[in-house]
Design a protein around this ligand. Structure first.
Ligand SMILES: *[C@@H]1O[C@H](CO)[C@@H](O)[C@H](O)[C@H]1NC(C)=O
Length: 241
């Protein structure tokens, strides 16, 4: 079953990239409390080693995954930076994520955390190459449009195009815009974690896009954040480059 978590997060029209990069707050995090580990256990040590290794290797390519340890003590993790994020900003984001997730989800065997510029997920279960259907978060801009019916249509159209682009791109990332008339433009981005196949990336984004009516009906902006893919759209440009 999908666990749908809807949060009334205010995506004000102030672009988030104006915030200082250091010390950026997470968008959201989910700790799984069904299984816990103890301090200084083998899992604890493996997890810390995994976090250190992700901090080192993810900024180079903007994506990385790894496992440390054996059988039930194995820690598996993955991190992804937004496709347009510089290596330096990626590093800052991942470093923040490894420290925040430890504080926020201390002793929980599974957790995920999202930021504007990166996501980080770990688990005692190996999850690579599978679409994550258990972690999902909606965010929306509090402002509504005047013509929800046609606007919803245009949002779905742009994001569907961008999901094709992302699934065929080496970074599994796409951004784009669409003219809406009245000198208005719609901006969007889509991204998948690069452990997915091209067809699973498309499938993951299609499923996220199908949540638009529950997430962002008639809203000027919105996001569906998942463990394997995410999208965002707004009526203002929010991608740095
Ligand atoms: C795990 O720890 C959380 C607190 O982080 C607690 O609420 C939860 O009950 C614990 N779960 C188990 C199975 O002990």
């Amino acid at each position: 079953m999908n666990i749908l978590r809807a949060i009334p997060f205010l995506l004000l029209s102030i672009p988030l990239f104006l915030n200082p990069v250091l010390g950026v707050d997470p968008l959201y995090h989910i700790c799984s409390t069904s299984n816990n580990y103890t301090s200084n256990s083998l899992y604890d040590k493996n997890l810390q080693q995994l976090m250190a290794s992700l901090s080192t290797k993810v900024p180079l390519m903007g994506f990385g995954l790894g496992s440390v340890g054996r059988s039930q003590d194995r820690a598996n993790g993955l991190a992804l930076c937004r496709g347009d994020t510089s290596s330096a900003d990626c590093k800052t984001c991942i470093n923040g994520a490894t420290s925040d997730i430890r504080q926020l989800c201390l002793y929980n065997e599974q957790a995920i955390i999202w930021y504007d510029h990166c996501l980080l997920r770990y688990s005692n279960i190996k999850f690579f190459g599978q679409i994550d259907t258990s972690n999902k978060v909606y965010m929306w801009n509090v402002k509504s449009v005047d013509d929800p019916k046609s606007f919803n249509h245009q949002v779905a159209e742009l994001l569907t195009d961008l999901s094709m682009d992302a699934s065929h791109s080496p970074l599994m990332f796409a951004k784009g815009e669409m003219e809406l008339g009245e000198s208005k433009k719609l901006y969007g981005l889509t991204q998948c974690t690069r452990d997915l196949s091209s067809s699973d990336c498309k499938k993951c984004l299609e499923s996220a896009i199908s949540e638009l009516p529950s997430c962002c009906d008639g809203k000027e902006g919105g996001r569906v954040l998942g463990g394997s893919c995410n999208f965002r759209y707004e009526l203002y440009p929010f991608v740095d480059v």
